[in-house]
Design a protein around this ligand. Structure first.
Ligand code: AHR
Length: 526
């Protein structure tokens, strides 16, 4: 890493170069583009786990809860507000126990199956509902309709552990074969979708190093070749996502790429991305709303680790894939806490995200923006009633969380060009490497510059001089998400405790970033 790259990570400390009283400095370099920020970096994930699908997404056509053909209307409306680009389904670990045939055809004939998560000790106190015994009311057509209503692209995860390449082939045929062309297209039409639903993104298994088969990277590479070598494309494009590493399992990445290409490099062209999974937090052992100041910083430092994971896996991928044909898809990320004790225990890992989690979102999305050349898609886990959710729902109650606000604020980056930006501010926090005093990302479209910044400091605002090389700022608008209380979160009783506020900015060269905040600055330049 050279000095400039080090600064861009926010890991370094640089004394301000000018005499301005600001203690920090942000240098935006429009002439150093990184890549286009794919809107799909702002993707989501819905698994048949806990209260995500049943109650979260699917309330049923006969429900009194406002719905569109059985799908929760409030969710659809809010997904449009946050411009959700892509949604992954049906898992997660559930995907490798799922037979897609169970979720098509007349709903009343669909079988009930044991859910992947039924036996977890976490569900021991839960009654025998859809969280334990999958009713298959929500299947392929329902998910495709959900995506269509929300304006998002579907991303399916196929079962590699317990089904065959032929099942995978036929699921693609069911989704994508032309109207009336195959028996499966006819079955799809009976489910309400005569036209192809055109699913382009397909995960080939999920966490194949663990719940998805407990393979080694080398074993999985052979399976991947078998599943991906010949698939029907119906004149369209398939973007296949290989199961990638767990956190810093660099051996997985290395052996997967080596074995995938052991005969020749051809199979690289079959891989759109390899899927990195990284959760920060206590992996379900601590409550989201109970933490000390020290734990605030610790979680944010853990979130920041995404930077090193992206860089390191990318470098290893390049040892074999020297042209970087394959990208990194971070299709599960988020801060993982315990199920909130006030929430039904069947709603596995559902909790109320706090301001701290919103900063995790900001830090992570900024990292993705800074690596727009490497990351074409990412999916926060999970959309509703689960880990790092943007929404919490129970029956007719529905609230947005601070994560929703961050996704909505950051939508200003969609499709822009990410540009190299140097953040120089004294570090804070306790761990090593310590947290950057300010971190963020910047994107440009024509004269509009979008700068998102996280100030993790619990006590102190940070004044930063903002300099856009070769441009003058003519006007600026700031949207700020913060609270006096680091534990602030929305609940069903108090749904608007934390929400952003937007205002025009008069002093444009030095900006005061509030303590414990996520800020989106939209700058017009001349
Ligand atoms: O998101 C919850 C679970 O975490 C997913 O099912 C699995 O892929 C991961 O381990």
């Amino acid at each position: 890493m050279n000095r400039r790259e080090l600064l861009a990570t926010g890991l370094a400390l640089l004394a301000p170069r000018s005499s301005v009283a600001a203690s920090a400095r942000i240098d935006i370099l429009p002439d150093e583009p990184i890549g286009t920020i794919s809107p799909n970096i702002y993707g989501h994930f819905t698994e048949h786990i806990g209260g995500v699908i049943y109650d979260g997404v699917w309330v049923g056509e006969n429900s009194k809860i406002p719905n569109v053909g059985g799908i929760r209307k409030a969710l659809i409306d809010h997904l449009k507000l946050m411009k959700a680009p892509v949604i992954r389904w049906p898992g997660g670990c559930f995907a490798d126990s799922y037979d897609w045939h169970d979720g098509v055809g007349p709903r009343e004939n669909r079988p009930k199956r044991t859910n992947f998560w039924a036996d977890t000790p976490y569900l021991s106190k839960a009654p025998a509902g859809p969280q334990k015994y999958e009713p298959n009311e929500f299947g392929t057509n329902e998910f495709a309709r959900f995506c269509q209503l929300a304006g998002a692209e579907p991303y399916f995860a196929a079962n590699l552990r317990s089904r065959t390449p032929s099942d995978f082939y036929q699921w693609i045929e069911y989704c994508n074969s032309p109207n009336g062309s195959t028996s499966l297209a006819e079955l799809r039409a009976k489910g309400g979708s005569p036209e192809p639903v055109n699913v382009h993104f397909w995960g080939v298994g999920n966490e194949s190093w663990g719940c998805g088969g407990n393979f080694t990277g080398a074993e999985y590479a052979v399976e991947f070749r078998r599943f991906s070598e010949w698939l029907p494309r119906f004149g369209g494009k398939l973007s296949l996502i290989a199961s990638g590493p767990n956190v810093d399992d660099y051996a997985w990445t290395r052996t997967f790429f080596q074995t995938l290409t052991e005969k020749n490099k051809g199979p690289l062209r079959n891989v759109f991305g390899t899927a990195l999974h990284y959760y920060c937090g206590s992996t379900g052992k601590r409550q989201s709303t109970e933490f000390t100041d020290e734990e605030w910083y610790k979680l944010l430092e853990q979130a920041n680790r995404m930077e090193e994971l992206v860089r390191n896996h990318w470098q290893i991928m390049g040892e074999v894939d020297t042209q970087h044909l394959v990208k990194l898809v971070v299709d599960e990320w988020g801060a993982w806490h315990e199920t909130d004790p006030s929430i039904d225990p069947a709603y596995l890992w559902a909790y109320y995200p706090t301001l701290r989690d919103a900063l995790v979102s900001g830090i992570t999305l900024d990292i993705f923006n800074r690596h727009a050349d490497k990351i074409p898609m990412a999916n926060a886990a999970q959309l509703i009633n689960n880990i790092h959710s943007s929404f919490v729902a129970r029956g007719n109650k529905f609230i947005v969380t601070p994560n929703f606000h961050v996704f909505r604020m950051y939508a200003a980056h969609h499709g822009n060009t990410s540009v190299r930006t140097l953040f120089s501010a004294p570090s804070i926090g306790s761990a090593s490497p310590r947290l950057a005093g300010l971190s963020g990302s910047c994107s440009i479209r024509d004269k509009r510059v979008v700068l998102t910044v996280v100030n993790p400091d619990i006590q102190n605002p940070r004044e930063a001089e903002i300099n856009i090389q070769g441009r003058q700022i003519s006007s600026a608008r700031a949207t700020i998400l913060t609270s006096n209380d680091i534990h602030a979160h929305n609940t069903f009783d108090q749904p608007d405790v934390i929400q952003p506020r937007t205002s025009n900015v008069t002093q444009t060269s030095v900006f005061r970033f509030e303590p414990r905040s996520v800020t989106c600055l939209e700058l017009e330049t001349a």
